[in-house]
Design a protein around this ligand. Structure first.
Ligand code: SF4
Ligand code: SF4
Length: 474
């Protein structure tokens, strides 16, 4: 079955793919990694290394204002600190590390680097030092950094389901990392004894999850269909606590995070590893069975596709994310970060020949919108740059879920139009316009060219050559 942009499909039932690989494919460490230092609107790391410096895997290479760290996911040499286009299409600074055969930095030395001995580190310090933003301070669904004091947590929601219909990382994780998830639940019981813990799973996993985790956590099933899995709708419903759209969960006594995040918490709280690996699902119209991979943070899209024996040139567009909220990339040299959940490879035939046609006022967008916005009207105002007029239509409630654009027969870029409204009508946006001060957008492309020239740099250790072919429909 293929995901298509047909507007005939009822939006609540945008289906998840029926078949996907339940196992995890490990992509070997690449020859170089590129680590973005800024997640606009969320977190900014100041580099703590210099060009030419040798680093061991785990070495702290950047630190944020509030002491959260980012680490070298491989041992090697810092070859450059440059500006790149991030997956969210922001121009951000990044550190490029070329891999070499140096040993990894033992965790006690990482804590020494942080300034607090491992034995003396509190849970909060361990999380900060090892690159995991604590669920006690994390306001919403993203890796954000805030100083606010939040109320006590009443409910902890652990999502073992993913939003995008082509992303399966949390389904796969709870089945493949059962013991570690159990350990995470035990940690949560000690750290937040009074909070109710709820694990949200797909319906086909309910009985199994009851057996595995039922003594430690309440199991709740998420309805299938994209609309029912959008985090801002799912979390308040499961918690039974009304939370205004796009408000911080923590401000309402709720902590919500994914099963993958719980794994990273376990590694940090046990003091065993920093957050330097990311799970993501690679899917696409012509891929028979989506595959969930684990990559080193900073691996580029090109390196992942090469390992999976997928030809990036064959696809008309490569999206970071999925078909609903994914962002098309300018280049396959985009590095994958701690916040990348999927890659979606679009074929030519999936892209409409004509887009942004005149609105016919058919009303599909408005009927489909899960938060009942007058999407077509907002779009029309935006088209005529009448952004202030859209304030009355409550664009701040938009989840940017993409359903309206998915069902629009005129293929209008409705989400982008709403984003413009939010920006120009003064409504706070999830991604404020904090542009990096760095220049040189094509620096990474230039480095890649140099890298392909064996005389340009010492190429270190050869990377995995791709022995995990993914079946592609012809
Ligand atoms: S924006 Fe698209 S879906 Fe909405 S009313 Fe206009 S044509 Fe119909
Ligand atoms: S993107 Fe916004 S306007 Fe469009 S359907 Fe989702 S919530 Fe409604």
């Amino acid at each position: 079955m293929q995901i298509s942009r047909s507007f005939l499909k009822p939006p609540a039932n945008i289906p998840r793919l029926p078949e996907w690989g339940r196992e995890v494919v490990f992509v070997p460490e690449p020859e170089y990694v590129v680590i973005p230092l800024q997640y606009p609107g969320r977190i900014l790391y100041k580099p703590s290394v210099k060009i030419g410096e040798q680093v061991g895997q785990n070495h702290i290479i950047g630190r944020s204002r509030l002491g959260h760290c980012i680490h070298a996911p491989v041992s090697g040499v810092v070859r450059d600190i440059l500006a790149i286009w991030s997956a969210k299409i922001f121009h951000v600074p990044a550190i490029l590390i070329q891999r070499s055969q140096r040993p990894a930095l033992p965790l006690p030395e990482v804590f020494q680097q942080y300034g607090i001995p491992l034995e003396a580190a509190s849970s909060d310090t361990k999380l900060k030092a090892l690159g995991v933003i604590s669920p006690w301070t994390r306001p919403g669904r993203y890796q954000e950094e805030v100083e606010e004091a939040f109320p006590e947590i009443r409910k902890i929601i652990i999502r073992a389901v993913d939003e995008e219909p082509t992303v399966f990382i949390n389904d796969v994780i709870i089945q493949n990392y059962t013991l570690k998830i159990t350990r995470g639940l035990v940690h949560l019981a000690h750290l937040s004894p009074r909070a109710e813990k709820i694990l949200v799973v797909s319906d086909y996993l309910k009985e199994w999850a009851e057996q595995q985790f039922g003594k430690l956590v309440k199991i709740v099933v998420a309805r299938s269909g994209y609309k029912h899995r959008i985090s801002q709708l799912l979390v308040p419903k499961v918690a039974g606590i009304p939370i205004p759209l796009n408000a911080a969960y923590r401000a309402h006594g709720v902590a919500a995070f994914s099963a993958e995040y719980l794994l990273n918490m376990v590694d940090a709280l046990d003091g065993t590893a920093p957050f330097t690996g990311k799970f993501l699902t690679v899917a696409g119209t012509s891929i028979e069975k989506p595959v969930t991979v684990k990559v080193t943070v900073g691996t580029t899209i090109r390196q992942v596709l090469k390992y999976l024996k997928l030809d990036g040139n064959r696809y008309a567009r490569i999206l970071v994310g999925g078909p609903m909220q994914g962002i098309a990339q300018y280049t396959d040299l985009t590095p994958l970060t701690k916040t990348t959940h999927g890659l979606y490879l679009m074929d030519e035939e999936e892209i409409p020949e004509e887009t942004n046609l005149t609105c016919t006022n058919c009303g599909r967008c408005t009927r489909a919108c899960p938060v009942n916005l007058q999407v077509h009207l907002i779009g029309r105002y935006a088209e005529y740059s009448m952004f202030m007029e859209t304030r009355d239509f409550h664009t701040e409630a938009c989840l940017e879920c993409g359903i309206c654009a998915y069902v629009c027969p005129a293929h209008r870029p409705l989400v982008q139009l709403i984003q413009l409204c939010k920006k120009f009508s003064g409504i706070s946006n999830e991604y404020p316009q904090q542009q990096s001060e760095c220049g040189a957008s094509s620096a990474l492309e230039r480095w890649e060219l140099d890298f392909q020239n064996p005389n340009a740099v010492d190429s270190g250790v050869a990377s995995g050559d791709g022995d995990q072919p993914v079946a592609v429909r012809n």
